[in-house]
Design a protein. Structure first.
Ligand code: ATP
Ligand code: MG
Length: 398
């Protein structure tokens, strides 16, 4: 698109995720209200000036002179399926034609093919097909010969969209895909076990996408890891929480090294990772209680590590009773997780070199028995370990 097209755009069409507008009226109103609040937070955070947000059935319209910048920011808000920077006018056919010709003059290049499509809500003296036909003809009359333009309805270089809504109309040529999902804050908060690796960041993001704000908890395993591991986790948390503008940017850091040390000294070596995770879950449960969260999210996927076989996941889940463990990546291949990590911006940081945990045994058990695990855990003072860990809790703003 030519640089100066920005000067003629004055609105953004905001389309909801399909699941929002099929909801019953009061639920939809609630979700829309939350979405509008999240949009306002994002526009304020990124200094995007705007006039107002207008609500219409299954759409929002943002009036702004920075329609292009606004569109790019809005496309990252959960609950929005797509956005189009547009020119706004009245539903009078002459006005729509005029604006369409102006937009076409900015976006069409010599030799381009184009198509016009129209979506119409309300009563008008013309049909959607009339709009497409007459605008197409006017564009050809205006620029067709000197710019060597042609109409191609199946595979056009430029698609011009017209949206007529009762007395108003919008004309656009660009549509940016949003992330979909549900507006953040429409579901209760969850605690996210965030290691800084690829998986846990994606797991947290997927739960956020369905409306749950995430409170990330990082377990600092120093001296079995070091500050490179912690730095990476905090940086990943920063990128993750960029998707949650307007929500707290706190990461809860637990000193877990001492727990791990006691596990190594007192318990069966081949089960070290299971004891470690079971302690993480128990501590996360306490954090969830403290922060009013209603679940715990992890990045585990079936068979991805020895501790993540179906048998071992059962042993892990058994450590906590009050809160469910949510594992959105359970059925994902690594390549699928990595593709999402790239898209959300965490992949590069998660791939950064950091000290791996030195406590991982060389031959970890893949089929742990719950009785054996519980028996070995009797050598630990679990209650005291949880209390000490909670006392060590630090809140880091990212
Ligand atoms: P990730 O890529 O998220 O680090 P992983 O495949 O390497 O996961 P594990 O190290 O077995 O697997 O961890 C499984 C899950 O446990 C992680 O996805 C994360 O949710 C949680 N977890 C592991 N280590 C930590 C940590 N140090 N702090 C917080 N959560 C952790
Ligand atoms: Mg990892």
């Amino acid at each position: 698109m030519e640089a100066d097209v920005k000067n003629v755009l004055g609105s953004v069409i905001i389309r909801f995720g399909g699941e929002i507008w099929i909801k019953k009226t009061w639920t939809r109103k609630l979700y829309e209200g939350r979405l509008v609040k999240n949009i306002k937070n994002v526009l304020k955070h990124y200094d995007v000036p705007y006039d107002k947000i207008v609500r219409r059935h299954s759409r929002l319209f943002l009036r702004t002179d920075s329609a292009m910048q606004a569109s790019l920011e809005l496309a990252r808000i959960f609950g929005i399926s797509s956005v189009s920077p547009s020119l706004e006018t009245s539903s009078k056919l002459e006005k729509i034609i005029d604006r369409s010709v102006v937009l076409a003059g900015h976006v069409l290049k010599i030799g381009n093919s184009f198509a016009v499509k129209c979506r119409r809500v309300g009563k008008h003296s013309y049909s959607s097909a009339d709009v497409c036909k007459v605008i197409g003809q006017r564009i050809l009359d205006e620029f067709g010969e000197k710019m060597n333009l042609r109409v191609d309805l199946n595979n056009p270089d430029v698609g011009l969209g017209v949206e007529v809504r009762n007395d108003e109309a919008f004309v656009y040529s660009d549509t940016f895909d949003g992330v979909g999902g549900m507006p953040l804050g429409t579901q209760p908060r969850v605690v996210g076990l965030l290691s800084g690796g690829t998986d846990s960041a994606v797991a947290c993001w997927m739960i956020m996408k369905r409306g749950c704000p995430v409170a990330p908890v990082y377990f600092d395993n120093t001296p079995f890891t070091d500050e490179t591991t912690t730095g990476r986790a905090l940086n990943v948390a920063g990128v993750l929480l960029d998707w949650a503008v307007g929500f707290p940017r706190n990461v809860y850091v637990v000193q877990h090294g001492e727990n791990l040390k006691r596990i190594i000294e007192n318990c069966s070596k081949k089960l070290t990772c299971l004891f470690c995770k079971r302690m993480m879950y128990r501590i996360a449960e306490r954090v969830a209680e403290m922060k009013g969260a209603e679940g715990i999210v992890t990045g585990e996927a079936i068979g991805e590590q020895a501790s993540q076989t179906i048998t071992n996941l059962k042993v892990l889940s058994n450590a906590v009773k009050k809160y469910p463990i949510h594992r959105p990546l359970l059925g994902f291949d690594k390549s699928e997780t990595e593709a999402i990590a790239r898209r959300i911006g965490t992949y590069k940081i998660s791939s950064r070199k950091a000290k791996g945990c030195k406590a991982v045994p060389s031959k970890p058990a893949t089929k742990a028995k719950l009785e054996e695990v519980e028996e070995s855990e009797e050598n630990l003072n679990i209650k005291e370990m949880i209390e000490r860990s909670i006392e060590s809790l630090k809140v880091v703003k990212v």
